[in-house]
Design a protein around this ligand. Sequence first.
Ligand SMILES: [Zn+2]
Ligand SMILES: [Zn+2]
Length: 316
Amino acid sequence: MKTKGTKMSCSDQNEEVTDIDGGSPLLDVKPQAIIVWRNVVLMATLHGAAIYALLCLTWKCYLYTLLWASLLYWVGALGITAGAHRLWAHRSYKAKLPLRLLLAMFDCIAFQMDIYFWVREHRVHHRFSETNADPHNAKRGFFFSHVGWLLCRKHPDVIEKGSKVDLSDLMADPVIRYQRKYFLPLMLFFCFIMPTTIPTLWGESLWNAYFIAAILRYCLLMNSTWLVNSAAHLWGSKPYDRSINPVENALVSTLTGGEGWHNYHHTFPWDYRAGEFGWRINPTTMFIDLMAVLGQVTDRKTTSRESVKSRKLRTG
Ligand SMILES: [Zn+2]
Ligand SMILES: [Zn+2]
């Protein structure tokens, strides 16, 4: 096997997309989906239960339970946005051990598989955007890039390229290693058991607490995150690079804590703000800045105004 280009990083997504071994360019042919029915049943059950919670339970539960579910939604979101995405996938800033532990716990609350898995899929997504090696290739349509990719077998290109992603930086972090090793009990506790039991402190029933603070909150955050892969690759403006699919989408940013400025993010993936305008609909950037004030964050990478301006003039 040739070794040329076998290591890749999230920051080189603007290079020509060719076979990682230096072979022929990846073909952009719409592939046949092989449905995994077990995942279809699980996802349908989750969404059915979330709709039941939304229609039948939210109006008769304690206000505190709704506030608790909202809190879990946003800390789970931070686990994905500030943790798995901006810290671990892109290395856009450095975090001290206490913050890394906190973000790994938040990531368990969100339960989008463990950080190692999430980062591998995301690095492949950036490197091979909108090709068959992109796990949620938006050229296969809204449904596929939103949730369909989780309901069918991975395209062979995703497996092949994913197996060659350099993840050595992750395995060097004990927080990632331990989260991966003990992910099942950690996920069950932080995503389902803890959210369900805490509301009993103010008299909520386990039934209501489970469906609202665990199931409904989990399902809503999953869908918000998926919108970054679907809506933010389809509908919006392209001020930074008109040659790529990712777009600027304020609604997605609102729902995800700042991850909808996706044309900027794919153009400047190393920037910890994941958007040009700092705190504008970007609570994740606020959180990282707050952690910097508290001494938990260092080495925040940004892009200079001049670089952004010249890139806009050249490719926007
Ligand atoms: Zn990214
Ligand atoms: Zn993307």
